[in-house]
Design a protein around this ligand. Structure first.
Ligand code: AMP
Length: 560
């Protein structure tokens, strides 16, 4: 093997794959890639604990592609056939994996044919694509099984590599039966890679089903980036109203800057928050399981490209079927609560939201895992990020659980530091906040939810047809348009100077009516903004030790 130790070339990959990794700006393999790729190329089955952000897709995709290219170059492979199958738990992840495979094969795209069948297209519409026998098929277990049963896909004589991505979710999403049936359609011998963020009983069961003498890679990665990259804060809110007031102040005074994902617990909460922010002319996209998959993927792609700053997301998938703190194994069939929702939706797991400066847990995460997955949407790759969690008095017990899990019970330091913000300093904004909240009635939420679905169904039709032919117009389609169920009051658009707390005047930059939509920057130049600049109190904390609490400002040291 040539190449410097620790480089991609050292791994002995095909020159075309090396070119692609260089073009992606991947200077060297990540830890999981460095460990997994050589073993995979030796033909070993792998069980790897790897979370999103660790480079796990490259860790299985590069050896898979290398294997396929090697096969094509040798005289042994003559017939076109499906040799690689990647199973994913959600449609969003399916799209993302395909995109990554396309990027990695940009210099050999003619040699390898790749498809993702996890989307919502008819089985019949996908049949001709599968008839061409693509080299790699990406899909959810239920969709792949449906094609196997319909006879449009056959793997019995051709499959060489099987990947189970986010394997712990594959079982917990209720795919268990589908997976077991699917395995009956596979040949006796094939190589398997099982990637999972956690090792639990479900993964153990899967391991028994698909792996043969696997090498287990439990890399000593902590669950979240360390504090030099990820700053974690909590802020106590006495009431629900306080949460809305605080959010209004943080966004309207630009105390939180850059791209933000706001997590809420239910779909209704998505619209409550969107309508609330709309009252102040703050545009936001919503992301939940009710929206058509094309719209969801387009929203994520536009967010990644800088078209909108705020996404309000639910993580229903990771909460189990119930909305709210209760959790349980997901049952996909015959559940009334699941009606209208996409069972293959998931955004807090696996999705590569890019350049997110802050994750804001507007609603408290229901479990330790949920917290970790939400917080993991920021501070990715080499970027810094901030996770800020609003905590109601009733949520203190779960907060303690999260903190204990993050420190492994071994440290007295609290990983979620208190965000030093004095609510009384923003009391002046409360009446505007109440005004806005009054407009967001249950009826308004119901109407907004219906309107949005209708709109997005139309969008998704356009995405399927018109935009396929006119890809350049794709950017014109926006998902953060106001829903306007209540009349937006123009006077709420601006925060008059006298309402900006004196201690915040130097740092707050009220979002004004003339705020121009940020022009998306090309990906290479679009740097991650430093969220510590937004969360001024972080800087203040170190200095704060030397000052009395009396003199601390609401959001930190002005102008620091
Ligand atoms: P993943 O864990 O596969 O979801 O990847 C997370 C992010 O890391 C993606 O945006 C990848 O493009 C990026 N990435 C993967 N491998 C590398 C690497 N070796 N060097 C730098 N970035 C990488």
């Amino acid at each position: 093997m040539e190449g410097e130790a620790g480089s991609f070339a050292h791994l002995g990959l095909d020159a075309r794959l090396l070119q692609a990794t260089a073009e992606l700006g991947w200077a060297k393999p990540t830890l999981i890639q460095e460990k997994a790729i050589p073993l995979a190329l030796e033909g070993k089955d792998l069980l790897a604990r790897a979370k999103t952000g660790s480079g796990k897709t490259g860790a299985y995709a590069l050896p898979l592609l290398q294997h396929l290219l090697r096969g094509k170059a040798s005289a042994l492979v003559v017939e076109q056939a499906v040799r690689g199958l990647i199973l994913v738990p959600t449609k969003e992840l399916g799209q993302q994996v395909l995109q990554m495979l396309r990027q990695l094969t940009s210099y050999c795209s003619r040699d390898l044919h790749l498809v993702d069948i996890s989307g919502q297209a008819d089985l019949a519409a996908q049949r001709p694509i599968l008839m061409e026998k693509p080299d790699v098929v990406v899909g959810t277990p239920s969709r792949v099984l449906a094609h196997l049963k319909a006879g449009s896909l056959s793997l019995q004589d051709s499959l060489e590599i099987l990947v189970l991505d986010e394997a712990d979710l594959l079982f917990s999403f209720g795919f268990e039966e589908d997976l077991k049936s699917l395995l009956c359609h596979l040949p006796k011998i094939y190589q398997s890679f099982l990637m999972s963020a956690t090792f639990n009983a479900d993964v153990e069961a899967l391991k028994e089903l698909v792996l043969h003498n696997p090498v287990t890679l439990k890399l000593q990665e902590s669950q979240l980036p360390d504090s030099s990259k990820l700053s974690q804060f909590q802020i106590r809110c006495e009431t629900e109203d306080d949460k809305f007031l605080l959010l209004y102040a943080l966004l309207k005074l630009s105390l939180v800057k850059g791209k933000v994902i706001l997590f809420v617990s239910t779909i209704d909460r998505c619209y409550r928050l969107k309508l609330f922010l709309e009252q102040f002319s703050i545009p936001a996209c919503v992301l939940n399981s009710e929206l058509p998959v094309q719209s969801r993927c387009h929203i994520i792609s536009q967010f990644n490209r800088g078209f909108c700053d705020y996404i309000i997301a639910t993580d229903e998938q990771d909460l189990g079927e119930k909305e709210g703190p209760a959790r349980g194994k997901r049952k996909r069939k015959g559940n009334k609560a699941a009606k209208g929702k996409d069972q293959e939706y998931g955004v807090s797991r696996g999705i590569d939201f890019q350049n997110v400066s802050a994750v804001l847990n507007f609603d408290f995460p229901p479990s330790v895992e949920s917290y970790i997955h939400r917080a993991g949407r920021t501070a990715r790759a080499d970027n810094p990020g901030t996770a800020l969690t609003f905590v109601l008095p009733s949520e203190k017990a779960v907060l303690a659980e999260i903190e204990a899990a993050l420190t492994g019970g071994g440290s007295d330091d609290t990983p979620l530091r208190p965000y030093l913000f004095r609510m009384e300093e923003i009391e002046g904004l409360r009446y505007r906040c109440r005004d806005a909240m009054r407009s967001v009635t249950k009826q308004a939420i119901k109407e907004a939810r219906l309107r949005e679905i209708k709109e997005e169904l139309l969008n998704s039709e356009k995405l399927k047809t018109y935009f396929e032919d006119n890809p350049r117009d794709l950017d014109l389609l926006r998902h953060d348009k106001p829903l306007h169920p209540a009349i937006v009051k123009p006077h709420l658009r601006n925060v008059p100077a006298y309402l900006v707390p004196p201690t915040l005047r130097a740092v707050a930059q009220p979002l004004g009516s003339k705020r121009r939509r940020r022009k998306p920057l090309p990906p290479k130049t679009r740097g991650q903004r430093n969220p510590l600049r937004s969360f001024r109190c972080t800087k203040q904390r170190s200095g704060a030790k030397h000052r009395s609490a009396k003199h601390r400002t609401a959001a930190g040291t002005p102008g620091s």
